[in-house]
Structures are given as structure tokens and as C-alpha cells.
Write a protein that binds this ligand. Structure first.
Ligand SMILES: Nc1nc2c([nH]c(=O)n2[C@H]2C[C@H](O)[C@@H](COP(=O)(O)OP(=O)(O)OP(=O)(O)O)O2)c(=O)[nH]1
Length: 140
């Protein structure tokens, strides 16, 4: 299969014990500057998605995450120039260290419903509903 038209990006919904989710603001100089996003980034050639996300969370937030603590939650697609962005969202509720805004100009913890008040990339909008649905699931 020719995957050259797919830009694979992984992102994490780090979730604290109160059910709040970490978002970061993209800094000036980057594409989509000023928009709030889930931490993550592009999967490099030859890299597994979960390994890429562990790497990005260390680089961007300075936190340690084990690949087995990344639970696939949902995905989204969006056109980007000639290509299709394929964005994989994982949930993570266990990490080591306190997240720092190493790559972002701000961090914020928000309940899923309160993410609607933030300016986010268009590809992320379906994620808000998925996170809210996850939150309201009855415990088994
Ligand atoms: N990390 C992240 N990227 C997102 C989200 N939503 C969304 O459309 N994107 C897009 C923005 C970028 O086009 C792409 C991720 O690229 P990036 O620039 O953050 O990736 P990277 O950390 O590998 O950065 P770089 O080394 O290329 O600078 O995915 C999101 O919630 N999180």
C-alpha cells in the first residue's frame, strides 16, 4: 500500500483523577499557532505509533509514559494541503512527572465539555464529543 498521502499523527488525552484533560497551546511560529491541541506529533518513518507518542510526551511535556498505558480512544482525518492527516487519539491516565510546557506556550486542564470553549484544530472537534461520551459512560 502507498501511504505517502497519509500524514500520521498521534496525540494523547492525559486525564487526571478529576477527569480533566491536558491541552497545550501551539506557540507562535508553528503551523496553527494559538490553537489548543492534545500533546503529540508526527510518527517518524519506521516508528510504532505508541513509541512515537511516548517520545513526543517526553519531548513536549517532560513526562514518562509506558506504551502499555496508552489506550486507543478514537481517530480523525482532515485534509492538509495535498495529503490526509490521520490523527490517532489515545487516552492516558498514568504518567511520571509533572507536565511542563516545553513545546507549548501554555498548558491547561479542562473537563471534556469545557474543551468546547477553546479554539482547536478542526480535526480535533470530533474528539471533544468522544471524550465527553467516554466521561459519561456508566461504570461497569
Ligand atoms: N500534536 C497534535 N497535532 C495536531 C492536533 N490536531 C491537529 O490537527 N494536529 C496537526 C498539527 C500538525 O499539522 C500535525 C502535528 O504536527 P506537529 O508539528 O505538532 O508535529 P511534531 O511535534 O512532530 O513537530 P515538528 O517536529 O514537525 O515541528 O498534526 C492535535 O490535537 N495534536
Amino acid at each position: 500500500m502507498d501511504n505517502s498521502t497519509i500524514l500520521l499523527v498521534v496525540a494523547a488525552a492525559l486525564t487526571d483523577p478529576q477527569g480533566r484533560i491536558l491541552v497545550q497551546r501551539r506557540p507562535a511560529g508553528k503551523a496553527m499557532a494559538g490553537l489548543w491541541e492534545f500533546p503529540g506529533g508526527k510518527v517518524e518513518p519506521g516508528e510504532a505509533p505508541e513509541a512515537a507518542l511516548v517520545r513526543e510526551l517526553a519531548e513536549e511535556l517532560g513526562v514518562g509514559v509506558a506504551a502499555e498505558d496508552l489506550t486507543p480512544l478514537t481517530f480523525a482525518t482532515a485534509p492538509v494541503s495535498e495529503r490526509t492527516l490521520l490523527l490517532l487519539l489515545y487516552r492516558c491516565d498514568r504518567w511520571q512527572g509533572e507536565p511542563q510546557p516545553i513545546d507549548a506556550d501554555a498548558l491547561d486542564w479542562r473537563r471534556p465539555a469545557d474543551l468546547r470553549d477553546l479554539a482547536m484544530p478542526p480535526a480535533d472537534l470530533p474528539f471533544i464529543d468522544a471524550l465527553a461520551a467516554f466521561e459519561s459512560r456508566a461504570p461497569e
